[in-house]
Design a protein around this ligand. Structure first.
Ligand code: PEP
Ligand code: MG
Length: 328
């Protein structure tokens, strides 16, 4: 089975009846982008840029960041890069960016909230991303598209998105067109319950959503995702989480926007048909899982997936969902 999945890794993933779902890779290091492509990834669905920041003794400057992002874009050779802006704080402290001691770091200065306290750092990162994706122009050279999707972590509502978008829009106006990405989208992660509940208002203004099921599960169930005893209960197939994903997709599609899932749930064989049935357009998983998730997508048709989603949504607990879907 694994050998068959590997052999078909470069083929698009379609359900039995031809419904296409994109499969991309999650990456923490741009040096691994070429490997992800070799494993069949159709893009990078989540570049965790905080690892670039953690690898340095201070915030990497503009040129360092451009080089880094360009490495990924070059390896992707025209496939989309979804880069997440710096997501530190909480469980991921940055030594050179001290945050006052907090009783509840997971509910404190992290993600976009932290980034907006240092807008110059966010601005440099956005500038680097935009410039790294500039078309490789030159006489005789074909303009090569470098699709860039930028997403903001831990957004809770429209106010945070608009604050970041104001910086983004200013940069778009400021940087000459030939020197920056032409095919660019700005989206948000859906990993805070309020963002899912308010997805209709966000969907009107963002370009896309990517559901971070790790944090969305943690914050919906109020279970620390790394808790030694409780984390097993932090199951993304919990019906409460699935309802939030359902709301997110409905809102996005009503506005013609796409939705990815980049948390662990996207590579759970039981969850894959449920997510497809809920209408998710893209799954982003660890590079190793790409061929297997593509193979899984080829095993069912869309009607079956919708049935699985409906069945899951009708349950009251995650145990009941897994029982109903008949795999444990
Ligand atoms: C998530 O929260 O699901 C996610 C993809 O982001 P991270 O795991 O990096 O917090
Ligand atoms: Mg997260």
């Amino acid at each position: 089975r694994e050998a068959k999945a590997w052999d078909a890794r470069f083929e698009e993933a379609r359900t039995r009846d031809g419904h296409r779902v994109e499969v991309a890779a999650n990456l923490g290091n741009t040096a691994h982008a070429a490997d992800a492509v070799e494993r069949g990834a159709e893009g990078i669905g989540l570049l965790r840029t905080e690892f670039l920041f953690m690898a340095h003794a201070q915030a990497p400057d503009l040129d360092t960041q451009i080089d880094e992002y360009r490495e990924a874009l070059d390896a992707l050779d025209g496939r989309p890069l979804v880069a997440r802006t710096l997501d530190v704080g909480g469980d991921k402290p940055l030594p050179y960016w001290p945050v006052p001691r907090e009783d509840n770091p997971f509910l404190g200065l992290r993600g976009i909230r932290l980034a907006l306290t240092r807008p110059e750092v966010l601005e440099t990162q956005l500038r680097a991303l935009l410039m790294a994706a500039a078309p490789a122009a030159g006489p005789g050279l074909e303009q090569q598209g470098k699709p860039l999707r930028i997403m903001l972590p831990m957004v809770k509502d429209l106010a945070e998105f608009r604050a970041a978008k104001a910086i983004f829009d200013r940069l778009l106006a400021e940087i000459p067109e030939a020197e920056r990405a032409s095919d660019v989208q700005l989206g948000v992660m859906i990993e805070v319950p309020s963002a899912a509940l308010l997805a209709p208002s966000l969907a009107a203004e963002v370009d896309f959503f990517s559901v971070g099921t790790n944090d969305l599960t943690q914050y919906t169930l109020a279970i620390d995702r790394g808790h030694p005893e409780l984390s097993a209960q932090a199951d993304g197939l919990h019906p409460a989480v699935l309802r939030l994903i359902e709301m997110t997709v409905a809102a996005a599609h009503a506005h013609g926007k796409w939705v990815g899932v980049c948390g662990e749930l996207a590579s759970d064989a039981v969850a894959v048909p449920v997510l497809v049935g809920l209408g998710v357009d893209e799954l982003s998983v660890s590079a190793r899982q790409v061929p297997l998730v593509k193979a899984r997508l080829r095993e069912f048709d869309l009607a079956e997936a919708r049935g699985q989603a409906e069945l899951a949504l009708a349950q009251a607990t995650s145990e009941a969902v897994r029982d109903a879907l008949e795999v444990r």
